[in-house]
Write a protein that binds this ligand. Sequence first.
Ligand SMILES: [Zn+2]
Length: 490
Amino acid sequence: MSMTLFRVRFARRCAGVLAVAALAALVPGCSVNPATGKQQLNLISESQEVAMGREADPGIVAQMGLYPDQALQAYVQALGSGLAAKSERPHLPWTFRVLDDPLVNAFALPGGFVYVTRGIMAHLESEAELVGILGHEIGHVTARHSVNQLSKQQLAGLGIGIGMIVSPRMAQLGDLAQTGMGLLFLKYSRDDERQADGLGLRYVLRGNYDPREIPNVFGVLQRVSQASGGGRAPSWMATHPDPGQRQQTMAAEVARLQVDLSGTVVNARPYQQRLDGMVFGPNPREGYFEGDRFLHPDLAFSLDLPAGWKRENQKQALVAQSEAGDAILQMKLVDEASPAEAARKFVAQEGLTGGRVETGRVGGFTAASSLFEVPQDSGDLGGRVTFVRYNDRTYQLLGLTLTEKWSTYKGDLEGTLNSFRRVTDRKVLDVQPSRLALVDLDRRMTLAEFQKRYPSTVPIQTLGLINRLDSQGNLATNDLAKRVVGGPGG
Ligand SMILES: [Zn+2]
């Protein structure tokens, strides 16, 4: 959860987009795509395509957050729009953003909205590598891949924000914790990927960047993917399969180029200098876990979750799910100043049967709570919602399960709802994120030597991923080396 209170009316917006898409589907048009030179069946006009991007962009920003560094945002915007200006669709409202997300990811929306995470930026070593990624994503937009891929279901998926979880339309309780951005990362076909790689290479060349840097990017992605070892693979991998193969294909393609690459730009050192001080890994100021306890330094509260539950600290909500996936907990901020008013409003929602609103105290703070039920064809849902007023903010705490499972989960759910407490421990309140620090190496050294001489607060494997090593495991001397300092463990 971050400090900011977001109110994204995503569902209604996307319903509008859906209607537009459905209407357009009645009059499909065929035209030559300017980037690929191929005939393309367009179900959606360019203005509709731009509208789709404009509609979805605020949701992305709200859910993932912008990295709070104006200079870095301006840098990526300038790089991206410079490249896009040389593309076949220069007139789109090209928008490039750095998201405040530790995962290694990059993606594009229809209409020219392109996103890179601070996570992917931390793993890159040069401006040319970043340009390689931007060029690839620009390629998806100019070739109109996502437009023709967006199915109605996927568009509808955008509307299933976590704030809507008591919607009677939600049949699959088990899917709740996975809603959010996951649905947005469309899986492109292999052909689309190949085409975006080809277009990306074209834009890199037009921008006078060194295309020999592009294969490195696939190398990084592959190593990050392997290191995550079946755990939480970087999202980019889910949509961009087989980086190893693509690294070889791209390297071969670059080798075949009949152009003089001597004057092309790499900009390794200037790029790396921009990463100095960048937040690395999850930002604990927005909340972190210590065992089953969730601690939020910025908002100075703690919450105890049931043991063994899966949990995710999203930008707008903290979500937890029972192991069997049949019960969930969710915490978020709401607008109402009065807990009682918020509770009455909650139980008055359509499709929901509310109980009596009881007022009292949780953790010493004014609170209001009610049981409720959500009748559904696929099995009624039941739960409890509690609102707590603390430090001029109102927190909504929600526990939800199938009505028939209420007696099983009542203890866990209500236990969490009643565990809201103020945090006064300075160790928690003062916690700082880990950050990248760049080191100018005076001599060649192995990663182990580097770690010994300039200790980092992350495992050496992580250091190996964010630094480029030669085949002997040495850090190059002509580059800056990245270390990670500070953080909850440092
Ligand atoms: Zn792609």
